[in-house]
Design a protein around this ligand. Structure first.
Ligand code: FVH
Length: 291
């Protein structure tokens, strides 16, 4: 899809991320209007051809697409609460919870504004490159109307109509990131007690992470079917190995909290009769039944 760089873009919020967003639109040739609580942060962008909106109201009247990127949703409400953004599509790239995103969408609808939520899974220097993963959720027509401009910022994915989806994917992605990193740190600490340095273990850990990542599509099918035949190994086998990890960690003087959590969840699933099933059966230990 050709990128129509004639579309004016407004950027509200010129922190580390906001500056990267506005600068990327400028570099792509869009006319850019900026607004920030501390106006002096706009200076480098004005030198690069951006226009400074004197008020937030003026900023929201500057064009059909307004990117909002502030510290949190509280800041977004403080900035927008006194405005009537009915002439622009608000694309909120501020980090927050799915509940805050849904509330912001309701607020915008009440003001006659079009609202698209978004989550940036990248650091400012990556903005404008394919490495910048940006997720959107909200009304599909509003996404499609601005898709070409939004793709200027990176690799963009539209997730669906529920405005809360982008935030949920964001935290799910963070769960993967911290889960992998903490597991790697567990092994690094364990091997460190035997004199193996982190750089030596890292390539092995990376290979294991890649192998496990390859299992996810098949395991996802089992979860969606609700059926976990033990094609590769039964949960009881995993649980025995988990006990080894706990014992080794404790013997080596390495924190065993994470391994004990692994084992406790597996033991609960085995006690519930799932010991002969495949690992993804543990999904039910994560799904706390809603009362
Ligand atoms: N920076 C990063 O790597 C991460 C990557 C993933 C996504 N996050 C999220 O992006 C949002 C903005 O992050 P940031 O790094 O740009 O944050 P700051 O540099 O601290 O800039 C914050 C801007 O928000 C303005 N602001 C804060 N509170 C208010 C308020 N009450 N009223 C008006 N504006 C407010 C602040 O204005 P000023 O201090 O310059 O006047 C900045 O423009 C964030 O959700 C990250 O989680 C970035």
């Amino acid at each position: 899809m050709g990128n129509n760089t004639d579309i004016p873009v407004t950027v509200i919020g010129l922190g580390l991320m906001g500056q990267a967003l506005a600068g990327t639109f400028l570099k792509a040739g869009h006319p850019v209007t900026v607004w920030n609580r501390t106006a002096s942060k706009a200076d480098p962008l004005l030198d690069a051809g951006a226009r400074l909106a004197p008020t937030i109201g003026d900023a929201l009247e500057s064009g059909p697409l307004t990117i909002v990127c502030l510290t949190d949703y509280q800041a977004v409400r403080e900035v927008l609460d006194t405005t009537e953004p009915d002439g622009t599509t608000l694309v909120n790239l501020t980090s927050g919870s799915s509940a805050q995103a849904r509330e912001a969408a309701r607020w915008a609808e009440g003001r006659g504004a079009r609202y698209l939520d978004g989550a940036i899974m990248a650091v400012p220097p990556a903005i404008g490159t394919d490495e910048a993963v940006i997720l959107h959720s909200g009304p599909r027509p509003d996404f499609e109307a601005h898709e070409s401009a939004l793709r200027t910022l990176g690799t963009v994915t539209y997730l669906g109509e529920d405005p809360g989806l982008a935030s949920l994917y964001d935290v799910a992605g963070l769960a993967m990131m911290w889960g992998v990193l903490n597991a790697w740190l567990q092994g690094t600490a364990l091997l460190g007690t035997a004199g193996v340095d982190a750089a030596t273990y890292a390539p092995f850990a990376r290979q294991i992470a890649a192998v496990v990542a390859g299992w996810l599509p098949g395991y996802a099918e089992q979860i969606d079917r609700g059926s976990y035949p033990a094609e590769v190994s039964a949960l009881e086998t995993d649980a025995r190995a988990m006990a080894h990890l706990v014992e080794e960690s404790e013997a080596a003087g390495v924190d065993a909290g994470l391994p004990k959590l692994f084992r406790a969840m597996a033991d609960r699933a085995i006690a519930a009769g799932h010991g002969a099933e495949q690992y993804p059966v543990l999904i039910d230990e994560f799904r706390i039944p809603r009362i």
